[in-house]
Design a protein around this ligand. Structure first.
Ligand SMILES: Nc1ncnc2c1ncn2[C@@H]1O[C@H](COP(=O)(O)OP(=O)(O)OP(=O)(O)O)[C@@H](O)[C@H]1O
Length: 329
């Protein structure tokens, strides 16, 4: 195997998958009260106050993201992307586009090449052939943290969190990716660093509230229930202010009620102005939440279209023939 084809980083919880940075020492003790300007006592609010509060949270969650393309224009393009591992062709000249403001589903039977697509887009693998373009510019040989800075964030099939850090700190790792103060500025605690730090805490708290887990902000990630950990991963990815959010099987291990809540969250993320690429095995969820779907089989694209078109496509039906309903992506 060449160095280009190395698998994702080894031990989890060591290097931030979103920023590529080393985890810093945990400074806040678990269960210590956390201060965040936006996290108010929602319970005692009137309906009007609550609506205002939610609008304020949404504004912090989705700041001005300097996206060069208009809603509906191509945000990301995969052009003839091929990925080979030795003799195995995991992706074979795959091309498709993601439009700004849409939720695009990427589905296909096990081993079809979905995660390889994510890995090739986010710099984990370097494509053997072909290109990935973000806002028309090739990602080329950019490293993972550089791709994060350019605006692609992702979550992983197997949750990757800094388990000894609090939920808030995990999200702040994501916000750190956007900071402009250098190490010297941080060490000297220059005003800009202090301002960024304060903004980082406020934004991280708003994100935790947005994904519905602000009540556990001070808990260590490892002590959070599974569903909370999945939501925390999403909050951390959003903290990098991505133009494109890639979710790799976010509903894995969820019960039907949790899947419903996740669908609602994904819609809210899109409504906040993000673009979402979703790999998911649960067909009901994929059909219910996506605007368009791309279908892979054996590393090649076999269909693309609206959920209704894809559901009726003979090639897709053939690819899934005999696969139980719950296990079809
Ligand atoms: N690092 C690697 N080295 C060798 N082969 C790999 C590597 N990564 C993926 N593959 C192979 O590439 C093919 C596509 O795998 P990939 O994980 O992208 O499929 P997938 O559609 O995401 O599947 P699943 O739904 O099971 O997660 C598989 O045959 C897999 O074994």
């Amino acid at each position: 195997m060449s160095s280009q084809n190395t698998p994702p980083d080894g031990p989890e919880n060591e290097v931030s998958p979103t920023t590529g940075t080393e985890p810093s020492d945990s400074t806040a003790e678990a269960n210590e009260p956390v201060e965040g300007g936006l996290v108010a006592e929602v319970a005692g609010m009137t309906e009007k106050e609550r609506a205002e509060h939610e609008a304020e949270v949404a504004e912090v969650v989705a700041p001005d993201r300097e996206i060069a393309v208009e809603v509906g224009d191509t945000l990301l393009e995969l052009r003839d992307l091929t990925m080979r591992f030795g003799g195995l062709t995991a992706l074979n000249s795959v091309s498709f586009s993601i439009r700004r403001g849409e939720i695009l589903g990427l589905i296909g039977p096990n081993g079809a090449g979905k995660t390889t697509c994510f890995n090739a887009m986010t710099g984990v693998y370097r494509p053997t052939e072909g290109q990935v373009l973000l806002e028309g510019k090739p990602l080329g040989k950019l490293k993972r943290f550089e791709i994060t800075r350019r605006g692609i964030a992702r979550t992983f099939q197997n949750i990757r969190l800094f388990s000894e850090m609090t939920a808030l700190e995990n999200v702040m790792v994501g916000t750190d990716a956007r900071h402009r103060t250098g190490v010297v500025g941080a060490l000297l605690r220059l005003p800009r660093h202090r301002r960024e730090e304060k903004e980082g805490i406020e934004r991280a708290m708003a994100l935790l509230e947005f994904v519905g887990i602000a009540d556990r902000a001070a808990d260590k990630a490892r002590n959070l229930p599974y569903g909370y950990q999945r939501r925390l991963e999403i909050a951390r990815a959003l903290a990098t202010e991505p133009k494109l959010l890639c979710l790799d099987e976010p509903a894995a291990g969820f019960n039907p009620a949790e899947k419903e809540e996740l669908m609602e969250l994904i819609r809210r993320i899109r409504d906040d102005g993000y673009t979402v690429l979703l790999i998911e095995h649960d067909m009901k969820l994929v059909m219910g939440v996506t605007d368009r779907i791309v279908v892979l089989e054996f590393g090649g694209k076999i269909a693309e279209g609206s959920p209704a078109q894809v559901r009726e496509d003979p090639a897709v039906i053939a690819a899934y023939l005999g696969v139980p309903d719950d296990d079809v992506a």
